[in-house]
Each structure stands twice: as structure tokens, then as C-alpha cells.
Design a protein around this ligand. Sequence first.
Ligand code: APR
Length: 231
Amino acid sequence: MAKVVILTGAGISAESGIRTFRASDGLWEEHRIMDVATPEGFARDPALVHRFYNARRAAARAAQPNPAHVALAELEADPGHEVLVVTQNVDDLHERAGSQNVIHMHGSLFGALCHACDHRWSAPEAMQPQDTCPECGRKATRPDIVWFNEMPYQMDRIIRELEAADLFVSIGTSGNVYPAAGFVQDAAMCGVKTLELNLDRSAGSEMFDISRQGPASVLVPQWVRERLESR
Ligand code: APR
């Protein structure tokens, strides 16, 4: 049984029509990270932050998984592989493609979180600053998204699984945001083989044993086919 930990970023959902962050037409060209992706920005202008994530939730709902998401679900279904997908993405395209073992380290557009009591529930289609928490009644509801300066979810489990893996694969991420950008180094230090599949060379490409460049919808199904045929 081969144990594979797969990190995914915005690039795997790009061909489903979801915008990435750091491309020339990416989200961070139009929006300031400080305004829409930090706790300070939310405290300053919650209506602006809700508008940003409401629009992204609608875009994610309208999108469909692409062949890269589907191929990862196929690999997970293979009895010779134990697959964990660790995604930085806040869409649900991995789950809709059929992946079951998925960690959303940066949270989810489809969750609401009470900043006051930590209660979590399903996000309505459009969240508003006046929404109250169904548990404690405070007006402290926010999207269940991990912002800059906040701790990503399930880090202990991710590191444990990564260090016990046979192979670490990074797909569609620019390698600019830690801690995810450091996974390749953690893996290499534990003797885990590393592979990158990305449209272009990322900030950390040279740290991978193998780095292949191309669109995820082509590279990922190709790599999964190679794995399944070599068994
Ligand atoms: N196939 C494969 N890779 C692609 C494709 C594609 N079709 N399109 C784009 N890419 C690659 C880009 O070349 C880039 O290296 O995906 C990467 C996307 O990088 P970013 O936009 O920086 O997205 P990501 O790495 O997921 O960002 C990490 O930053 O702002 C935060 O919280 C946000 O989770 C996000 C984190």
C-alpha cells in the first residue's frame, strides 16, 4: 500500500473557472489581502469581506470539478493507494469529484464560524454582518476561512501524515504561503519522495525530486494513469 499525501492549491481549480490569487489576472491584483483576508480587515469592514466571500462562494457553487480533481478521486479509490488530499482551496471540488479523505487547511467557503464562541455551521448563500450565531446569539459570524496571521487547520495531523508518507505531491500552488510551502522540505527531510505538478515553475520547484510543468487537467490524470498502470 503506497501512502500518498497530496497538497493542492488554486491551480488545480483554475481550469474549473475559479480564479487563482497571484496570476496577473488573479484575485490579489484586484483586492488587497489586508482588506479581505485578515482578521484586522474583517474587524474594520465586515460588509466588504462578506461581499468578497459571497461572490467567491457563488463562483465555487457554479463551478464543476475538472479531470485533475476526478483523477485524484480515482487514485483514492484504488486499493493499492492510501491518499490524503490536503487542500489550500476553499471550494468543494475535490469532494464533488469523489475524494473523501480531504483536509481543508485554509477552511471552506461553505462554512460559517462564530468568532466569539467557535461554533460552526453551514454558510448561507450570502452572509451579512448582521447575522447572529445560532449558538451564542452574538453578531460575530464570519466565513470559516483561515486568514493571514491565523493558524491553518489540522496542522498536527497533516505533519504526522506527511512524515509517514511514501510520496508527497504538490499540485497547482505557487509555493508562496507557509506553512504549506514548507511541506516539501519536511517531506524531503523524512526521506519522503517529492513530486510537483504545476503550470510553471513555483517558488520551491528546485526542492522537489521531480517537477513537471503543464496544466493540471493534463498532468494529474497522466500521473494517476502511470501510478495505476505500474501496479
Ligand atoms: N494547472 C496547474 N497549475 C496551475 C494552473 C493549471 N491550470 N493554473 C495556474 N496554476 C499554478 C500557477 O502557475 C501558480 O503557481 O497554480 C499556482 C497558483 O498559485 P496562487 O495563485 O498563489 O495560489 P495558491 O498557491 O493556492 O495560494 C496559496 O494563498 O492567498 C492565499 O489562502 C490563499 O490558499 C491560498 C494561498
